[in-house]
Design a protein around this ligand. Structure first.
Ligand code: DWN
Length: 436
């Protein structure tokens, strides 16, 4: 068995965990098959609510080595995501300010994927860029881009390799981590050593997941689904203070938090003798450098109004998912009877959840277009739908395109505009099935 059953909350250690969602036994979302006959495993996919701190978490943890040895997802495929990364690089530069921000300020990106974010830091003038990444195929991409690389997960060993950084970034990785305390503590240790340093962490926001019924973003890679409340608790316990938080639209709705160590070590400013050698290392409170902004209190106030510390809200969410399943099945069956050509766009991880949970197969959706070279020629596990390049659309002239990566709908519709002009209709699966 290469998975472990969760018994305690990974943030507050409580055993008061209640199941609110059971999506059945599903394959690994990015476990693409080389052939339709390739063997694959299914794992239980259930979500638990912690009565103590309101963290949502999966009931099992699949061995990360199984999940991330070779990883087909390349963040650079999306122009929207690249723009998002550029905006982040500019914001970080602005926060660091001209005095602190030199080309040699080390920026370390955890789970750097194909180096998409660090490339944007390079574009705005940073030079000392370190990619930490466990997937063998992706670390090669980072090397090709001239980035410094550390191969592995972010843990006690890899954190030692670059002991201090000006900025640590981690986008869409915290939800993938079981030992979140170790993960954040290693960030805190690094930040405590460098004056004016901070970290920027992004993850999908549970408020958006629940309100927009994004149940397909639930799969075995995503161990946690975060509200701000448990995140704040986690960071505080690890010695970090969140000084700013932004709500973002990326990936269907995310939180970006900016956090610094509670105090930095620095040489005292003046000594009675005025001599440099008399100067001592003292603790400097970070509040003077990065005061806590009003966005933090505002988000806390907002979150309290969302009923998401209440188990009943999650039970209602689970009911809405059944409606989506029922509606999508009926729609695809109707189109099959009418002999309409239906294809998907975006062989996303969330597509694996959606298609398998709704029992969709290649008799409903002929193929899924994806611009990622590494995915083309493979098959979605479970439903075994082939993944093809965009040329397929010209050859097959579909009647319908299912937006399996609805988070990039605008970009995908833009890319397929000529088919739209010829009458193609788009199917949006969430928050409710809609034909556009
Ligand atoms: O956390 C995670 C998120 C952020 O990214 C992961 N665990 C894995 C991944 O999830 P996903 O696969 O559901 O993400 P996306 O970003 O919805 O995937 C988009 C897919 O669509 C990719 O395979 C790339 C593809 N795509 C494309 O072929 N052409 C996307 C765009 C925008 C395009 O123009």
């Amino acid at each position: 068995m290469n998975y472990r059953i969760v018994t305690n909350c990974r943030i507050c250690n409580s055993t008061r965990l209640r199941k609110y969602l059971d999506l059945g036994n599903l394959p690994l979302a990015n476990g693409l098959l080389n052939y339709p006959s390739t063997e694959f495993r299914r794992y239980p996919l259930q979500v638990l609510f912690c009565d103590e701190c309101s963290l949502s978490q999966l009931s099992i943890i699949v061995d990360p080595k199984t999940l991330y040895k070779d990883y087909p997802y390349h963040s650079s495929v999306s122009e929207t995501f690249k723009k998002h990364c550029l905006e982040m690089a500019n914001t970080v530069k602005e926060i660091l300010g001209p005095k602190e921000c030199t080309p040699l300020s080390p920026i370390l990106d955890i789970a750097a994927n194909d180096g998409c974010l660090l490339e944007q830091f390079k574009a705005v003038g940073f030079e000392w860029l370190v990619a930490v990444e466990p997937a063998e195929n992706l670390i090669k991409e980072c090397e090709k881009k001239g980035l410094r690389t550390v191969k592995g997960f972010w843990n006690d060993e890899t954190a030692k390799i670059v002991p201090g950084c000006d900025v640590i970034t981690a986008t869409n990785v915290l939800a993938h981590v079981d030992d979140v305390k170790g993960f954040v503590t290693n960030i805190a240790k690094s930040l405590s050593r460098v004056r004016n340093s901070f970290c920027v962490i992004e993850f999908p926001y549970l408020v958006d997941l629940i309100s927009k019924v994004q149940f397909d973003t639930i799969y075995h890679e995503h161990l946690s689904y975060f509200l701000f409340k448990p995140i704040k608790r986690l960071f505080k316990e690890c010695g970090l203070r969140i000084f700013r938080v932004d709500r973002l639209s990326i990936h269907g709705g995310s939180l970006r938090i900016y956090a610094c160590h509670e105090k930095y070590q620095d040489f005292e400013k003046s000594t009675s003798s005025g001599k440099d050698y008399d100067k001592k290392l003292v603790d400097v409170p970070s509040e003077d450098v990065y005061p806590t902004e009003k966005s933090v209190k505002e988000l806390e106030r907002f979150e309290k109004t969302q009923n998401l510390y209440d188990f009943k809200t999650y039970q209602k969410f689970a009911e809405k998912i059944l409606e989506i399943k029922d509606f999508l099945q009926k729609l695809l069956l109707d189109l099959k009877r009418k002999r309409k050509k239906v294809v998907g766009y975006g062989a996303s991880a969330k597509g694996t959840t959606l298609l398998n949970y709704c029992n969709v197969d290649s008799t409903h959706i002929k193929a899924i277009v994806d611009d990622t070279k590494a995915k083309q020629g493979k098959f979605i596990p479970g439903c075994k739908i082939p993944i093809v390049s965009k040329d397929y659309l010209d050859k097959e002239q579909p009647d319908y395109i299912v937006l399996l990566s609805w988070n990039f709908s605008t970009e995908i519709i833009q890319k397929t505009l000529k088919f739209k002009e010829r009458g193609v209709r788009y199917i949006l699966p969430v928050p409710q099935v809609e034909v556009l």
